[in-house]
Design a protein around this ligand. Structure first.
Ligand SMILES: [Zn+2]
Length: 277
């Protein structure tokens, strides 16, 4: 009888309790593993972001990016390994050069952070579709290189546009269902619309921006590309007003539109992905 009671209570309690502990342990372990995975992916993205920033900085002015070591553009001091850790080096030196204390353009830090976030988003949405992951990582990396070039030199080199075209066509090719007719109609409509706008308003939109948007429309489609133009115009306008009012005078130079277009393309893409889910 005593044994029976013990056995009954044991049957009721032990399996439930141990199972509860076990599933809790697995759940917590899973959460920890997920956090470690995303932090690693974020930093991996930041390392690539740092590299693409170098490409965008050097290629337009024909500076070698394989043999020339990274250096401070102000004092020319060659950067040591400890100065090359994305995000950490910038934060530990409080955004200044470790050798001459000149303020480093926040562009470097911003592009590393953005790349980290984009890498996490790509992994979240495309971990099960490696071709799409690779194609979009290629397209978004090029958009970063293009943004850096346009931000620094107010130009988007044609070779970047050609690579982007290749990336966009590659992405179309690996889509589960690709609407090629729709892609070419979007391209034709966006190109005609922007080309005639640029002819009638020469100071409005640059030739590089027309090419960039036309290429993107091939894979983004007509409506999302119109959203990208709308969001980029709104954010560039707000930025212009903000800097205009802060400085109290007109801007020293033309505002680069490329970074706003690139950022809007990324935002519109992931917003669509969230809406689909
Ligand atoms: Zn320096």
């Amino acid at each position: 009888m005593g044994y029976q009671m013990f056995s009954e209570s044991a049957d009721k309690k032990i399996p439930q309790t141990s199972c509860g502990y076990y599933s809790q342990f697995v759940r917590q372990g899973g959460i920890v593993l997920t956090i470690v995975a995303y932090v690693s992916i974020f930093y991996f993205g930041a390392i690539f972001g740092s590299f693409f920033t170098v490409l965008g900085t050097r290629i337009p002015i024909k500076e070698n990016f394989t043999t020339t070591r990274s250096h401070c553009i102000h004092c020319q001091h060659t950067l040591q390994t400890k100065d090359l850790f994305p995000i950490f080096s910038y934060v530990s030196h409080r955004g200044k050069c470790a050798y001459c204390s000149t303020k480093i353009d926040a562009m470097y830090f911003t592009s590393e952070i953005i790349s980290g976030f984009v890498a996490c988003l790509l992994y979240y949405f495309y971990a099960t579709d490696l071709w799409q992951l690779a194609a979009l990582a290629f397209v978004f990396s090029l958009l970063l290189v293009i943004s850096i070039a346009d931000y620094l030199y107010l130009l988007i080199p044609d070779r970047f546009q050609l690579l982007l075209l290749f990336g966009v066509l590659f992405r179309q090719a690996v889509l589960p269902v690709a609407d090629w007719l729709g892609a070419f109609i979007s391209f034709f409509v966006i190109f005609s619309l922007l080309f005639f706008t640029s002819l009638s308003l020469p100071d409005g939109i640059g030739g590089g921006d027309v090419k960039l948007l036309s290429i993107l429309s091939l894979t983004f489609g007509l409506e999302p590309t119109l959203f990208i133009i709308l969001l980029a115009s709104f954010s560039a306008g707000s930025y212009f007003l903000h800097t205009h009012m802060a400085k109290g005078s007109s801007l020293q130079r033309r505002l680069p539109f490329g970074p706003f277009l690139a950022a809007s393309a990324v935002v519109v893409h992931f917003a669509q992905m969230l809406l689909i889910r």
